[in-house]
Ligand binder design. Structure first.
Ligand SMILES: [Zn+2]
Length: 156
């Protein structure tokens, strides 16, 4: 109905090319940016995701604690999806920084961590997962990751 009838067609033809170029530049491959956080698709509740304060590589440290004895078992790393899986599957799930893949504690060792509770700390940059640990939490076979390298034990 005669709106913007005077607009040159060249302008509309240029737009898609510009858009394509912009899209290309906004999706750098992992090879270009090896240390840049590339968000992985996750299903985490957006209300939780909005509050989470992640490291530069998109992770939060997760402390696993035995729910009844209070033992500090280990520290792992979670991205949004690992936290989502921990919240919804009943099994503690981490992101392996060395293997770059999700890792369900116990899948290879049988030493599962059955999730009892999950909490964020006061500034939402650390996760505390209280679990019922089956067997050893540490891959070295000790109950916790902190059993074999004690730097200080104060005298009574
Ligand atoms: Zn360990």
């Amino acid at each position: 109905m005669g709106r913007h009838a005077g607009q040159p067609t060249a302008g509309t033809r240029r737009a898609p090319a510009h858009q394509a170029d912009k899209d290309h530049r906004s999706h750098p491959g992992p090879a270009q940016w090896p240390h840049q956080y590339v968000p992985r698709p996750g299903n985490l509740d957006p209300a939780i995701a909005a509050r989470l304060k992640r490291s530069a590589d998109g992770l939060v440290p997760a402390i696993a604690q035995q729910y009844d004895t209070g033992e500090v078992l280990m520290l792992g790393w979670m991205d949004d999806e690992a936290l989502h899986r921990t919240l919804t599957t009943g099994r503690c799930t981490y992101w392996s920084r060395s293997r770059q893949e999700y890792w369900v504690k116990g899948d290879t060792s049988g030493h599962f961590q059955h999730v009892k509770s999950v909490a964020l700390d006061c500034d939402a940059d650390t996760v505390l997962v209280k679990v019922d640990q089956v067997g050893a939490a540490c891959h070295t076979g000790t109950r916790t990751c902190f059993d074999d390298d004690v730097l200080l034990r104060a005298a009574d």
